[in-house]
Structure formats: structure tokens, C-alpha cells
Design a protein around this ligand. Structure first.
Ligand SMILES: NC(=O)C1=CN([C@@H]2O[C@H](COP(=O)(O)OP(=O)(O)OC[C@H]3O[C@@H](n4cnc5c(N)ncnc54)[C@H](O)[C@@H]3O)[C@@H](O)[C@H]2O)C=CC1
Ligand SMILES: O=C(O)[C@@H]1CCC=N1
Length: 277
């Protein structure tokens, strides 16, 4: 389906690189099928070209004109100026794929001002290692075939769940932002390891494998998360001592609030930008 298609990334930051890295690594498309463009960093474009063998073009209009699929990968606050800038170079046969947090498909459709298909997605940075948890939804002009195409594209960089658009804000707070919550916890574990005298190498080897093991276990067991942590806890053992501190500090409530706040922030982003249209 993606054979002979040119995929243009309009925006070449962290998320674009994570997806490009995944697509190239999984050999879903030839690196030459990918073009990246951005606002101003020629240096970043050179880096992407040298690292992934993709094409880049500092001329955004040209880059967009060449794309069969245009991936919108700028910050939400830049979407209006980005689309206003290139829309005269677009046509209704192109497919626009947004990775933007909070921005509804109708807003992008309105900015494009054509019947071009728009598909909204929410991947995460684990795309870079082929492990994104991506959700996708289609706008009013996008076809089922285009949805399949985007499903295929993102399947190459992890799992894909098709959802109704009204669930995308929840997905964003949970899985789009999700990796950051875990990295934040890892940072705390590294600090504890450092204070206990472990070297950064020792700490990294132990923490990384612990996280990988947890992920694989979650993927392969039918046990609940509660059963899984209880399995680790011997009565009056080390884990119970640690978990009791987390309970005293209401860590689960804090995590639950963090996810909900991220979800509502995604909603706010959409409201702010769609109101100022
Ligand atoms: N970083 C993450 O974990 C995730 C980010 N996202 C979404 O991905 C999008 C990009 O985020 P990041 O990559 O983190 O941002 P970033 O700041 O790393 O990259 C933004 C890119 O957009 C470019 N840009 C800005 N204005 C432009 C314009 N007018 N035309 C063309 N390019 C323009 C910049 O030059 C830069 O290359 C955001 O909308 C965010 O909501 C979605 C899922 C996860
Ligand atoms: O923090 C953000 O707004 C973006 C969206 C999901 C992850 N990063």
C-alpha cells in the first residue's frame, strides 16, 4: 500500500524523528520515500539525512508538494501558520496525518480548505524502537482505505488502535504522554541507586532490564497489575517496605491525577486553538 508513496514530514522534531527512525528501522518504506522539512533548522535536517538516509528539503512548499502523505508534526500552536504557509501547494488527493495533541480533525480540514483526507493520530516516542502505542481516527473526508494506509504505517512502529475521535484526548494523556511518566520514575530510581553507591552503568543495566521485564510480563500475563505487584511483595519483606512509602505519599492518586490532567490539557489545547481560528 505504501509502495511508491512519498511521505513528507512537515516538522522534524522529536516525534517526527521517532516515527522516521521506526519506519526506516522496520524497513516499512525505503528511506528515500521519506522527506523531512522544518521551520528553520538546517542542522537538524542534515542530521536526519545522515542518520536515516532520508531526503530533506528546507523548502517546505516543495517538500509538501511532493508528499502523497503529509505528516503534520509541528507543535499544536504552530499548526495554523504551518498550514496557511503550504496549503496552496496541497491537493485533495493528498492525505494529511496529524500527530498533534489536542487538535481536532475538523480544524485541520478547515485550515486546508479542501476535501483532502485528514487522519488524526496519537503515537508516542517509543515509535523510535518500534514500540509506540498509537491510536488513530479519521476525519470526515478520509476514506477507509486511507485509514488502513495509516494503520499500516503506524503498525510498523508499534501497535495501532482505531478509536472514535472523542477518545483521542484520553489517549493523549495516557499513551502519548505515557513514556514520560515512566522516564520520570526511572530518573528517581537512578537517583536512589546513585545515593546507594551504584555506578551509572550498574544502575542503568539493572533499571532498564527491570522496566523491560515489567513490559514483557504485562504483555504476556492475564494477571492484573495488583496481582503482579503483590506477587513481588513478601510479607514484611523489602517490597512491602517500599510500597508502604508509595502508599503513604499517595503515589497512585498522584499518577491518576497526572494522567487526568494531561487528558484535560489535550482537550484545552484543542479548545484554545479552535476558538482563535
Ligand atoms: N514528543 C512527544 O512525545 C509527542 C509529540 N506529539 C506531537 O507531535 C508534535 C511535535 O512535537 P515534538 O516533535 O515534540 O516537537 P518539536 O518542537 O521537537 O518539533 C517541532 C517541529 O516543528 C517544526 N515547525 C515549527 N513550525 C513549523 C512550520 N510552520 N512549518 C514546518 N515545520 C514547523 C519545527 O521546526 C520542529 O522541527 C506536537 O504537535 C505534539 O503534540 C505527539 C505524540 C508524542
Ligand atoms: O507533551 C505534549 O504535549 C506531547 C503530546 C503527547 C506527548 N507529548
Amino acid at each position: 500500500m505504501l509502495q511508491n508513496k512519498t511521505i513528507t514530514f512537515l516538522g522534524a522534531g522529536s516525534m517526527a524523528e521517532a516515527i522516521i527512525g521506526g519506519l526506516v528501522r522496520q524497513e516499512v518504506v525505503e528511506p528515500r520515500q521519506i522527506i523531512a522539512t522544518n521551520l528553520s533548522s538546517q542542522e537538524k535536517l542534515h542530521y536526519l539525512e545522515n542518520t536515516y538516509g532520508i531526503r530533506t528539503n528546507s523548502n517546505r512548499i516543495e517538500a509538501v508538494r511532493q508528499g502523497d502523505i503529509v505528516i503534520l508534526a509541528m507543535k499544536p500552536k504552530h499548526v495554523k501558520e504551518a498550514i496557511d504557509d503550504i496549503k496552496h501547494a496541497t491537493n485533495a488527493n493528498q492525505l494529511f496525518v496529524s500527530v498533534l495533541a489536542g487538535i481536532p480533525t475538523f480544524y485541520i480540514e478547515d485550515l486546508l480548505g479542501s476535501k483532502a483526507g485528514v487522519i488524526r493520530t496519537m503515537p508516542n516516542t517509543s515509535a523510535k524502537v518500534g514500540e509506540s502505542a498509537t491510536a488513530i481516527t479519521k476525519g470526515m473526508h478520509a476514506t477507509d482505505k486511507q485509514l488502513k494506509e495509516v494503520e499500516q504505517l503506524f503498525s510498523a512502529v508499534g501497535t495501532v488502535t482505531i478509536v472514535k475521535e472523542d477518545k483521542l484526548d484520553a489517549v493523549t494523556g495516557l499513551a502519548g504522554s505515557g513514556p514520560a511518566y515512566f522516564y520520570y520514575l526511572v530518573e528517581a530510581m537512578e537517583q536512589a541507586a546513585h545515593e546507594a553507591g551504584l555506578t551509572p552503568e550498574e544502575a542503568s543495566a539493572l533499571i532498564t532490564q527491570t522496566v523491560v521485564g515489567v513490559g514483557k510480563r504485562l504483555q504476556t500475563t492475564s494477571k492484573s497489575s495488583k496481582e503482579l505487584y503483590e506477587e513481588v511483595m513478601s510479607p514484611n519483606g523489602t517490597t512491602e517496605a517500599g510500597i508502604n512509602v508509595l502508599r503513604e505519599r499517595k503515589s497512585q492518586e498522584a499518577m491518576c491525577s497526572a494522567v487526568k490532567r494531561a487528558m484535560s490539557r489535550s482537550k484545552e489545547l484543542g479548545e484554545v486553538f479552535t476558538k482563535t481560528q
